[in-house]
Ligand binder design. Structure first.
Ligand code: MG
Length: 385
């Protein structure tokens, strides 16, 4: 986008809180194969009216952020401040849109309808927020239950909150730092602005407690189906050792011949993953004719296949690998091969199986001319039909 035009989404992801129980801040936790933050980003990326997405992260969260957004192409993140408002201010300074939607990363399920309604409202108003009615009885708390409050005059305010950028910058500049605002609409109103209300969406609920994550994951998984892919690969011995198997250097007097590092195990696994996702084969993605892959570590191929699955919201449920060879002996390296595959794909060991067999001295593997590998990948992906 050009400077000072269009609509920017400012996602505040600087929270360090892990109230939901796990050590990782909640915006970086994975549900349905994607980080909470990536769910929100993808919803905005898919909306044609959004021109720029700027994320604000906390100090020291750079690596969490890069892992969370994967291959998505976004401007570098802005580092936030000690409070939510300080983070919003830092973000507002970096953006280019004349309109801005300020969003909390802990609300991953942004709907097209809410974005449409907010952008629409900004044609008439300087600020707009999504709201929902209250359904429970609302009463004053204390030592004992207090008076019931008339809920018909109350609303629950969600994010994203939409503003004319210059107007919200101005409101933030006038807000006293002595008070921490709970949201940007509060700051905007205190600055004299009027905030319109549009219909919110229950899907936009903030993920706060552990049960919120479980419910969100169940909802995402409900629309997924299980898929299986098979991979097979062979490399002949040639040149000097070691033999690379599953990213582990297995000592041997001969290595395997091939364009890359000839890691027959990772090639079979890559093809199994691509097969399960129906995304072609390893040769389509990494042509042997391409000089870039000469001597390349094959973990790149498997990581790429896994990233393609993750980009579609998929989950790798299980991998089963069988190595077929007479030599070298796989047994002593089986555990480290398994651990390395798990480390590359960030999968628990229980989801990875590594087996080895010989062919009783029959055939090319039996004559110790090379190594074959078979792999089966079980994944879950959204049912697109
Ligand atoms: Mg190969």
């Amino acid at each position: 986008m050009t400077a000072n035009s269009g609509t920017t989404v400012l996602i505040v992801a600087a929270g360090k809180g892990s109230r939901a129980g796990e050590g990782t801040p909640k915006q970086y936790r994975i549900i349905g194969g994607r980080s909470v933050l990536a769910h929100a980003i993808d919803a905005f990326l898919a909306h044609p009216a959004i021109d720029e997405i700027q994320v604000v992260i906390g100090e020291g969260q750079g690596w969490l952020y890069h892992y969370a957004i994967g291959e998505r192409s976004l401007p570098p993140p802005v580092i936030g401040g000690a409070t939510r408002r300080a983070s919003v201010l830092a973000g507002l300074e970096a953006i280019h849109g004349t309109k801005v939607l300020i969003h909390d990363a802990a609300r991953p399920f942004v709907t097209v309808g809410v974005i449409d309604r907010l952008i629409d409202a900004l044609n008439m108003h300087q600020g707009a927020v999504p709201v929902l009615p209250l359904v429970d009885t609302i009463a004053l708390g204390g030592a004992q239950l207090g008076d019931t409050v008339d809920r018909s005059s109350l609303v629950r305010v969600q994010t994203p909150q939409a503003f004319v950028t210059a107007a919200i910058r101005d409101a933030h500049a006038r807000w006293s730092d002595a008070v921490e605002a709970t949201d940007d609409a509060q700051v905007f109103r205190a600055g004299g602005g009027n905030v319109a209300m549009v219909d919110g969406d229950p899907a936009l609920e903030k993920l706060t407690y552990e049960t919120d994550f479980a419910i969100a994951a169940r909802r995402l998984h409900a629309g997924m189906i299980s898929r299986t892919g098979m991979g097979f690969d062979v490399h002949a011995f040639g040149g000097e050792g070691p033999v690379w198997l599953g990213g582990v250097a297995v000592p041997h007097h001969r290595g395997l011949a091939g364009h890359s590092d000839a890691d027959v195990a990772l090639h079979a696994l890559t093809d199994a993953l691509l097969g399960a996702a129906a995304l072609g084969d390893i040769g389509d993605h990494f042509p042997p004719s391409d000089p870039r892959w000469k001597g390349a570590p094959s973990r790149l191929f498997m990581e790429h296949a896994a990233a393609l699955i993750a980009a579609q919201g998929g989950i790798i449920d299980h991998l089963d690998l069988t190595l077929i060879c007479e030599t070298p002996r796989i047994g002593p390296y089986r555990d480290s091969i398994r651990a390395n595959i798990g480390a590359i794909l960030r999968l628990p060991l229980a989801r990875i199986s590594v087996k080895a067999t010989t062919t009783e001295r029959l055939g090319f593997t039996g004559r110790a001319e090379g190594i074959a590998a078979q792999a089966v990948a079980t994944i879950r992906m959204k049912d697109f039909e």
